[in-house]
Design a protein around this ligand. Structure first.
Ligand code: PLP
Length: 380
């Protein structure tokens, strides 16, 4: 049986930790010395670093990627009569965030060639929502697997119907549209620092990034129980949405090596493209849309057999996502008649290959060999 040149991890956080361990230890000591576990200087430091990296006007560090969606939606004062459009093929948190913030989710199908919201279907769903008496208010575009959504087309639809656009960039920190980074593409962007994300902390974390500063003040208040700047009076309903000082320090240190890691992710993805294109359903992100390569995801026939064969050969793979949201118990009351055909088809075909900056060239070639062997059902 073939064996990898060295054990392959789907995501290797230990290799990264080794690289930055002295800096992280130094940060822990500094934090213990100043003792400001909450709202320490690291919070502002991270927020400024996020602005510097992405080009966004302002940033707020928050407790996790779900809060990074809930808080801006709350700041928009959405009500149950407001329709919030989102792809049916995404992580469940996108839909839960809308429901927690008090809006009504409306699912939109995705396109098979980029896994992201289909702007034509969006137009159709806006019409349906209006016909049902809902008030179309917000579009949440998800950059699935790191691929920036088709914002140019989505912005046009939004402008035509007077809707606000927010990005769920939980999987796409580092992606670009026409040379603008996620965080500085949509008016407001939420991202996640869950440890396995491309930019993660050592626990839960997230950030809201503002290209449009309009919602910043309300979000800043909501993050701290809805209080004014003196933290005395609640001026709106809020929550504990803060991110700990130590997590902010960790993300700040990781951001310093992020550009280098992103280059390596892109290099590996380019090699996968070179060797594997033609052996999975065709993909096309279109010009100007550069993935942050959160995941390398392909759609194949007989996925379970392909994954089982790769597992035997020591290559871990994963399915994101085996079920579209409109078929889940928590959300199926929002399922449209006729379903979401592309999302349903993708759920039965997608699989993700290992992709992290610490894969060696030999490991990358091995993944390619074993994928091709598994797909072609022969032992290479
Ligand atoms: C697309 C998407 N949105 C939101 C989230 C929520 O992020 P968190 O787990 O940090 O709350 C995730 C996390 O996996 C995600 O993938």
């Amino acid at each position: 049986m073939p064996t990898p040149p060295a054990p392959i991890a789907f995501v290797d956080l230990m290799a990264q930790q080794k690289r930055i361990r002295p800096q992280i230890e130094e940060r822990f000591i500094r934090m213990l010395d100043h003792g400001a576990y909450i709202n320490g200087p690291e919070v502002r430091e991270l927020e400024e670093a996020l602005c510097d990296f992405t080009g966004c006007a302002k940033a707020l560090a928050v407790g996790n990627g779900t809060d990074a969606l809930i808080i801006p939606i709350m700041a928009m004062d959405v009500t149950l009569n407001d329709a919030v459009f989102m792809p049916a093929f995404t992580y469940n948190a996108t839909c839960s965030a809308v429901m927690i913030a008090g809006g009504t989710p409306v699912f939109v199908d995705v396109k098979a060639n980029d896994f992201c919201m289909d702007p034509e279907d969006l137009e159709r769903r806006i019409g349906e929502a209006k016909a049902k008496g809902l008030n179309p208010k917000l579009i949440i575009a998800v950059d699935l697997f790191g691929i920036p959504a088709d914002y140019e087309a989505i912005f046009q639809v939004a402008e035509k119907h007077g809707l606000y656009v927010m990005a769920d960039a939980a999987q796409s920190f580092g992606c670009k549209l026409n040379d603008r980074y996620a965080g500085n593409i949509a008016p407001v962007t939420g991202t996640s620092f869950f440890p396995a994300k491309s930019l993660g902390c050592y626990g839960d974390g997230g950030a809201i990034m503002f290209r449009d500063e309009k919602l910043w003040e309300a979000c800043e208040q909501i993050r701290w129980h809805g209080t004014d700047s003196a933290r005395r009076e609640s001026v709106r309903p809020g929550m504990n949405g803060r991110l700990d000082s130590i997590q902010c320090a960790i993300v700040t240190e990781k951001l310093k090596i992020f550009g280098d890691e992103l280059d390596r992710r892109a290099e590996i993805a380019a090699r996968y493209n070179e060797r594997l294109t033609g052996h999975f359903d065709p993909q096309d992100h279109g010009a100007g849309r550069e993935s942050g390569w959160g995941y390398y995801t392909v759609a194949v026939d007989e996925r379970d057999a392909v994954m089982a064969r790769m597992k035997e050969d020591g290559v871990p793979t994963a399915i994101y996502y085996p079920q579209p949201l409109h078929t889940m118990k928590a959300f199926d009351r929002f399922a449209p008649e006729g379903g979401m055909p592309v999302s349903e088809r993708l759920s039965g075909r997608v699989m993700s290959l290992p992709l992290h900056p610490y894969l060696s060239d030999d490991q990358v070639e091995y993944v390619c060999d074993r994928f091709l062997a598994a797909v072609e059902r022969k032992n290479a």
